[in-house]
Structure formats: structure tokens, C-alpha cells
Write a protein of this length. Structure first.
Length: 589
């Protein structure tokens, strides 16, 4: 009886805690709401979309895996595990998740420095960070990272991806490829004479096929095949060509996946890595980079999808779903994952409207992985390089980059170029950190610029006044020995120094300074400190400060800081008419 009572009590408490967590957490996966009114028609549309997206995702998953420095099956495992988790737990109806080009550089760098074990730990940590971002309801804030920063590091990633593929695209004979961007290009130039003609032909033809496939399908009336992605068509054709050349022409210089990797087609069991405090401390930077990059890309993808399907994703739920995916993926040997814009748009364009399509896409990849993966060993490396070159071109957004460089303020252009060059010359971790600092500094600067401080000379135009009853008056004359200043906007960092500059230019030492604060919505501690210093310095000079039009919120802050004691309550007036009367009394005294 006691056990039953305790069980029921614990169960009741658990249900209460769960209910309160749902209220507190903004975690409402779209999957559970989508299946409430699910029907056969919707399932058939999702089934077709899922099949097509699974086929589209296959070559990209292989290419992204290899380019990231891991074996090809790890790219597919990531697409399967993370794609499933993002569809089940994400905040978008149509988001398709998996490995993306944006992660190639950061993943490759982590593996080079910390090994596969380090990548696993960093990805797990990134998953935790993403969940924390969602739990703390920071999903909407992530979307407000300045656009020049997003364009700068996205274009930088595209250039870096292209750079990493030059060796395989041209079949260069190089034992090792330097990790540094500039050294890499120096090495390419030095080994340019070792180009393999057959590999280069396969790579360039792959790029041409991918770029021209939609036009070719229309030209030759291949409507049934038009839905196939150009990357898959290029891989199939070039793999067949490479096999024929090897079999009948004796061409053995075209390197394939099987020449470089040992292909496995069995799903590994979940393995929890060894976690030490030293390892965790050393991987905080890369983990934050993965988390921020994943958050930006997934929310950007979800936002684009919303505009197409007329829906609204839940940003915080999406981040929590991405976090769960990035915890699950590395446990099975996968790499970081996020929402993929191209695959999400493919899903939408082929009729996908619920997370079931994303789940089907993961199942399709699983079936291909289990039964067809050994065939991947025949795919030419030059062909995969061609696929990634096209991906890099699509990521580059060069039109947006050039337009922003031409038509935006110098500060935005500077941030754009610095982020771009930091990404390609150093690494994405530095670029992301710099971008976040720039985002904060730009925000602070522009917020400070919204506050205007100016002196009012001779008379006050009441036609633009809203803090007093003016009756039949149109102007108020400022008495001799009185200066009037107006603060328009929030009074915080930056405004105080501007105030002092204005007073210095004004030049005289009046008996009274009236500070109009009718358009000050709030004041922070920095503004409070500056205002207090200004009032104390004025009093030392024998100048009385009178505040006018202080709104109730600001006045409450002043009182909490004992400002009424510093100035005297009689010198804090409701509107300018009373402030001028008080100033006249002080002047006449």
C-alpha cells in the first residue's frame, strides 16, 4: 500500500512537473500537431516528397562527409539520424536536416586538431548549447545577427569549400594538402603540372551536367527524369564512364571513393565518448561555433520555408530539435547537422507539407545505406568534387555580396569584408566570434545614434509640443540666464558624452539649465551616472539643473537613485511651462 501510494504520488508530481515544463519551455514539435488531422492524401504527398528528397540528399551526404574529413558512410548516417530527429522534434513542418556545406570547414579543422573523438565531443556540446538556446527562448534573437556578417562568412565558406576541392577536381598528384588557405593555393600552383587529364575531364563534366541538367531534361523531353537532382545524374553517369574507361581503355588514374575509403554498410551502435573536463574546456570554442552556425542556418532555412508554405515555425522548438539531433548524430558516429535550405525547398516543391516527409527521407536513406552502399566505392572523387563546386557556387551568394559591397554604409561593408577574409584566411571559429562581437558593437553604436541631444535657442515652438497645455500661445521665450537642452531618445551609453559636447559648444555659464526629457522612454545605469555627474558639475559651477517632462518610468528610476534629493523635488517639473517658471524664479532670486 505504501509503495502504491508513493508511486501514485510520484506519478502525480511527475505529471505536474511535466505540465509546468511544457508551459515554461517553448517546445511544441510540429510533428505531434501535424499527425492529429493526418489523412491519406497528405501521406501520399509526403511519401513522394520524402522519396525525392532522400535521393537528392544521398550524393550531398556522401560529398559533405568526405569533404569534412570523415568516411562517406558517416555523412549518410548523419542524414539518417539527424534528419529523423529534426523532423520529429523540430519546430518547422517541412524542415529537412542533415550535413551541410557550412559545416565542412569547421568539422575538417576540428578533426585535424582534435581527431574524431574531439569532433564527437564538440558536436555533443553544440547539441547541448542549441537546447539551452531554445530553453532560454533565444530563437528569435539569433535571427537578428546582422546580414553583412551572415553574407560574409557564408561567402567565405563557399570560397573555402571550392579551395578544398581543387586537388580532387583536377586530379593533382599531391601527398598532402596544406590546411592554410594561402599555402593551399601556393601548393596547387606548384603542382599544377601534375593535373590528371581524365580526372579533370570527369570533374568538369560533372559540373556541366549538374548545371545544365534541368535544361537538358526539357530539351530532350525527359520529363519523368526531370525530378532527379543533377548531382545524382552526374554521379551515375560519371561512375559508369569511369568504369568503362577502366575496363576497356585501361584508364586507371581516376581515383574513386573505394581507392581512398573502406565502405561499410552497417549501422554502428551508439557509443558515448569519454568526457574529461580538459577536453570539454578545449572544445568550447568549436562547439559554440557549431551551435551558432547550426542555429543561424536552420532558422534561416525555416524562415525561407515559412514564406513559401505560408506557415510560421517555432524558433525555440526548432533550436531544441536541432540540439537533440546534434546529440544523437555523434553517438552513432555522425557529424554536425542542421536544416538544409536546398533539401527543404526540394521537399516543399515536391509536395511535402508535414514532418512525415522528413521521416520518409531518413527511411529512404537508411534503405539505400543498408542495401546499396557498397556501390558507392565506384564513384569518382573528381565527380564528388564537382558536386561540391556547384554547392560552393550556390552558397557564395556573389550577387548579394557585390550588391552589399556597393550599396551599403562603410561600416557594413567593413564588417562584410572582414568577416569574409577572416573566414577564408583563418577559420570559421574566429570569424563567428568576430561576427558576434561586431553584432554587439554595431547594435550599441546604432542604438546610441538613435538618441539626439540638442540645445534649444531663444524660444520654444509649442506647435510641436505635447507635454503641456499651450492655450493660445505658439511660442515660449527662454529667459535670460537660462539654457534649454532636449534629449530625444533613450538616455544611455553614448548620450552622456554627446550632452557634454553640446554644452561645451554652447559656451556660456547660465544660472539655470533646463533638460527636457519628454521624449526619453527609459534611462539605464550609464545614462543615470552621466546625468548625475553633469548635475553635480553644474552645481559646483553655481548652475541649477531643472528637469522637464520626465515620464513616470524614468522618474521612478531617478527616485530610486535619490535624484530628487540631489536636485530638489521642486526642480523636477511635469512640463516645460512649469520648468520655465521655476527657472525664472531662480534667476530672479
Amino acid at each position: 500500500m505504501v509503495t502504491l501510494y508513493l508511486f501514485r504520488t510520484f506519478g502525480g508530481v511527475f505529471r505536474i512537473v511535466q505540465r509546468e515544463m511544457v508551459k515554461t519551455l517553448d517546445f511544441k514539435p510540429k510533428f505531434f500537431s501535424a499527425i492529429k488531422h493526418y489523412d491519406k492524401k497528405t501521406f501520399m504527398a509526403d511519401l513522394m516528397a520524402g522519396l525525392i528528397v532522400g535521393i537528392v540528399a544521398l550524393p550531398l551526404a556522401i560529398a559533405f562527409g568526405i569533404a569534412s574529413g570523415v568516411s562517406p558512410e558517416k555523412g549518410i548516417i548523419t542524414a539518417i539520424v539527424a534528419g529523423l530527429m529534426i523532423s520529429v522534434f523540430g519546430g518547422s513542418k517541412v524542415q529537412i536536416g542533415g550535413p551541410t556545406g557550412a559545416f565542412i570547414i569547421i568539422v575538417y579543422g576540428i578533426i585535424q586538431q582534435y581527431g574524431m573523438q574531439g569532433l564527437t565531443v564538440a558536436t555533443l556540446m553544440a547539441g547541448v548549447f542549441l537546447i539551452l538556446l531554445g530553453v532560454l527562448r533565444l530563437g528569435t534573437i539569433i535571427k537578428y545577427i546582422p546580414y553583412p556578417i551572415v553574407v560574409g562568412f557564408t561567402s567565405g565558406i563557399a570560397v573555402t569549400i571550392f579551395t578544398t576541392q581543387v586537388k580532387d577536381l583536377l586530379g593533382l598528384s599531391m601527398e598532402t594538402v596544406p590546411s592554410d588557405f594561402i599555402e593551399k593555393w601556393i601548393a596547387y600552383v606548384q603542382h599544377f603540372g601534375t593535373i590528371d587529364t581524365w580526372s579533370a575531364a570527369v570533374g568538369i563534366l560533372s559540373v556541366a551536367i549538374i548545371a545544365m541538367w534541368p535544361t537538358m531534361a526539357r530539351m530532350f523531353h525527359l520529363s519523368p527524369l526531370k525530378a532527379l537532382p543533377g548531382s545524382l545524374v552526374a554521379i551515375i553517369l560519371m561512375t559508369v564512364v569511369a568504369l568503362l574507361l577502366k575496363q576497356y581503355a585501361g584508364v586507371t588514374t581516376i581515383e574513386t571513393i573505394g581507392d581512398r575509403f573502406s565502405i561499410q554498410s552497417t549501422l554502428p551502435g551508439a557509443v558515448v565518448p569519454d568526457l574529461t573536463w580538459e577536453t570539454i574546456k578545449g572544445l568550447v570554442g568549436p562547439a559554440v561555433t557549431i551551435a551558432v552556425l547550426g542555429a543561424i542556418e536552420s532558422l534561416l532555412s525555416a524562415t525561407v520555408a515559412d514564406g513559401v508554405i505560408g506557415d510560421h515555425h517555432n524558433s525555440n522548438t526548432e533550436l531544441i530539435g536541432q540540439g537533440i539531433a546534434n546529440i544523437a548524430s555523434p553517438l552513432f558516429g555522425g557529424i554536425p547537422a542542421t536544416g538544409a535550405i536546398a533539401r527543404t525547398m526540394t521537399n516543399i516543391n515536391n509536395g511535402g507539407r508535414t514532418p512525415i516527409a522528413g521521416i520518409i527521407h531518413a527511411v529512404v536513406l537508411l534503405l539505400i545505406f543498408l542495401f546499396l552502399m557498397p556501390l558507392a566505392q565506384y564513384i569518382p572523387m573528381a565527380c564528388l568534387a564537382g558536386v561540391l563546386v556547384v554547392v560552393a557556387y550556390g552558397m557564395s551568394g556573389w550577387r548579394s555580396f557585390l550588391a552589399m559591397a556597393r550599396n551599403n554604409p562603410k561600416s557594413d561593408v567593413t564588417v562584410l569584408l572582414l568577416t569574409f577574409f577572416l573566414t577564408i584566411i583563418f577559420d570559421l571559429t574566429i570569424a563567428i566570434e568576430f561576427g558576434l562581437i561586431c553584432a554587439c558593437l554595431l547594435f550599441m553604436r546604432r542604438m546610441a545614434e538613435t538618441t539626439d541631444v540638442h540645445a534649444v535657442l531663444n524660444e520654444i515652438d509649442l506647435n510641436e509640443d505635447a507635454d503641456m497645455e499651450r492655450g493660445n500661445l505658439e511660442h515660449l521665450t527662454i529667459p535670460e540666464g537660462v539654457e534649454v537642452y532636449e534629449i530625444n531618445g533613450p538616455y544611455f551609453f553614448g548620450a552622456g558624452s554627446r550632452f557634454e559636447d553640446i554644452m561645451a559648444r554652447y559656451g556660456s555659464r547660465p544660472k539655470v539649465r533646463i533638460i527636457r526629457m519628454r521624449k526619453v522612454p527609459f534611462i539605464d545605469s550609464t545614462g543615470m551616472h552621466n546625468l548625475e555627474n553633469m548635475c553635480q558639475m553644474s552645481q559646483k559651477e553655481g548652475v541649477t539643473v531643472v528637469l522637464s517632462g520626465v515620464n513616470p518610468k524614468v522618474e521612478a528610476v531617478l527616485k530610486r537613485n535619490h535624484f530628487n534629493e540631489l536636485l530638489g523635488q521642486e526642480n523636477i517639473c511635469n512640463h516645460i511651462d512649469l520648468a520655465l517658471q521655476r527657472a525664472q524664479e531662480i534667476v530672479n532670486a
